[in-house]
Design a protein around this ligand. Structure first.
Ligand SMILES: [Fe+2]
Ligand SMILES: [Fe+2]
Length: 256
């Protein structure tokens, strides 16, 4: 499991973990993100049971596990947080799990003892240190019906969950950054067309994040966008035909 620095200023850091060569081919590749500031750390979509050992092995080189007081789950999927019970055993006692109110009863099937801070539909905030206050931004139906992103106005980093996700062949995974946006599109298109369920939600999300100062967008799969690629991604997503779902019905829908 590799570790990439997305932002670093004093004790305030954003790290991305992924591109694990020991990962079984059957498992979708994921990016695990970590924000640390002052004496507090938040794990963002720390991942499933299968990747827990390699993720934990990489994380302890960077973070004192006793500072892990927050875990954020963007939505309910197993690649996001099926390792929750394992993470709670190694994090600080009483670690708070930030998850959509809608999903807490379902995600409890991964870990009935988890202590949730349910996120209301409109979003919320988490004070990580004196100067770092993370914003939990609504991103519903992109793709989950209750789904959130995390924005750090000091680092100007947006964790976008499955928005911006890409599935790349192994030989393309050399760095964490998109280097050629036009070439990268082919690895995002299929996923966004199938998984993103609402054009109206997409448009509202783009309008919301376009008002923020963002230097980096880091999704939960694939590569991160920085500098001009942030706008390139938002413009590409804005124009993508998504959300009818009818293609998945094949000939049955085509006959109508
Ligand atoms: Fe997902
Ligand atoms: Fe995902």
């Amino acid at each position: 499991m590799k570790c990439f620095k997305l932002f670093s200023q004093g004790d305030h850091r954003w790290l991305a973990f992924g591109q694990d060569r020991s990962r079984p081919d059957s498992i979708t590749d994921t990016v695990q993100v970590v924000v640390t500031a002052g004496n507090n750390t938040m794990l963002l979509d720390p991942g499933g049971i299968e990747i827990f050992p390699s993720m934990m092995g990489a994380l302890v080189h960077e973070i004192d596990m006793e500072t892990v007081r927050h875990i954020f789950l963007s939505h309910q999927d197993p690649d996001v947080g099926s390792g929750l019970a394992l993470w709670r055993q190694v994090a600080a006692p009483g670690t708070v799990i930030h998850l959509a109110q809608l999903w807490t009863g379902y995600v409890s099937h991964f870990d009935a003892e988890a202590k949730f801070a349910p996120i209301p539909d409109q979003g919320g905030e988490v004070q990580l240190s004196g100067s770092v206050r993370l914003r939990l931004l609504p991103a519903h139906y992109l793709h989950s019906p209750a789904n959130f992103c995390v924005y750090d106005p000091v680092a100007r980093v947006l964790f976008s969950g499955d928005i911006g996700a890409a599935q790349l062949p192994g030989e393309k995974l050399r760095d964490i950054w998109v280097s050629n946006f036009a070439e990268h599109v082919q690895y995002m298109s299929g996923f966004h067309r199938r998984f993103m369920g609402s054009r109206e939600a997409r448009d509202a999300w783009i309008e919301m994040v376009s008002a923020l100062a963002i230097d980096v967008i880091v999704p939960q799969h694939g590569l991160a966008f920085r500098g001009p690629d942030v706008r390139r991604f938002l413009d590409w997503f804005a124009e993508l035909p998504i959300g009818s779902g009818l293609e998945a019905f094949g000939n049955r829908a085509a006959r109508k």
